[in-house]
Design a protein around this ligand. Structure first.
Ligand SMILES: *Cc1c(COP(=O)(O)O)cnc(C)c1O
Length: 229
């Protein structure tokens, strides 16, 4: 096995163990392999080991890798970086899921660009998650909890976008991360529950077990698969 295939197997085993520990079905948890700064060959190696969903943070890097790997028909690109209006066009073109919508302006722009890409009917909408700054910390991206409902409504008004859930980037220490994950779960409950917001994107290499215990349905794992950056 290649080092990436071995690392992937270890991460999948961690996910399974964490899910079993809290009586969840491991298949409810989607692993997104975060490939930012890593070459397209590393992504291909992970793909050959069975991985399909990949996360990228930069629009240009995403566009590059998506075209370098265009022969992998069922690869799924998740945009997990900060999203600005001027990047919405490229992201709408290359991404299959966007995790980081955080303002109504960007929701409108992404909705418009996704419309130009052919999204916008019941069969085909671009799935999006809204990034929440649960602690309303200055300097952090994400909508504050107080402005969340307004933003969710703005996403709902875009025919080309499908609201799928919430995402958060927690503080690095595990106890604060747990609080942030629990806060995201309460926001999910308060704003329509799993019907309206089925997905929770939370958990990375060092805290995925805690995120899964709290209810994550998507974990974004980079360094534990591809090595340090
Ligand atoms: C880089 C990144 C990750 C992956 O972090 P690791 O600690 O390498 O697992 C997850 N989510 C986002 C938003 C990131 O930018």
């Amino acid at each position: 096995m290649s080092p990436i295939a071995e690392a992937l197997a270890r991460v999948r085993a961690r996910i399974t163990r964490a899910a079993m520990a809290c009586s969840r079905d491991p298949s409810e948890i989607k692993l997104i392999a975060v490939s930012k700064t890593k070459p397209a060959e590393a992504v291909r190696e992970a793909y050959e080991a069975g991985q399909r969903a990949f996360g990228e943070n930069y629009a240009q890097e995403l566009t590059h890798k998506a075209s370098a790997l265009a022969d992998l028909a069922d690869i799924e690109w998740h945009y997990i970086g900060h999203l600005q209006s001027n990047k919405a066009k490229h992201v709408a073109h290359a991404a299959h899921v966007v995790h980081t919508l955080d303002t109504p302006t960007v929701a409108r722009e992404l909705g418009k660009r996704a419309g130009s890409e052919g999204y916008g009917n019941a069969q085909r909408q671009l799935p999006v998650l809204v990034e929440v700054n649960v602690g309303a910390e200055p300097q952090k991206h994400g909508v504050s909890p107080g402005e969340l409902e307004f933003l969710l409504d703005a996403v709902d008004r875009q025919p080309a976008l499908k609201l799928r859930g919430l995402m958060t980037m927690p503080p690095p220490d595990l106890e604060s991360a747990r609080h942030a994950f629990m806060a995201l779960v309460s926001l999910q409950t308060r704003h329509g529950g799993r019907n309206r917001l089925p997905d929770l994107s939370m958990g990375m290499s060092h805290d995925l077990e805690i995120a899964i215990a709290c209810g994550a349905t998507m974990v974004r794992v980079g360094s534990a698969i591809f090595g340090s950056r």
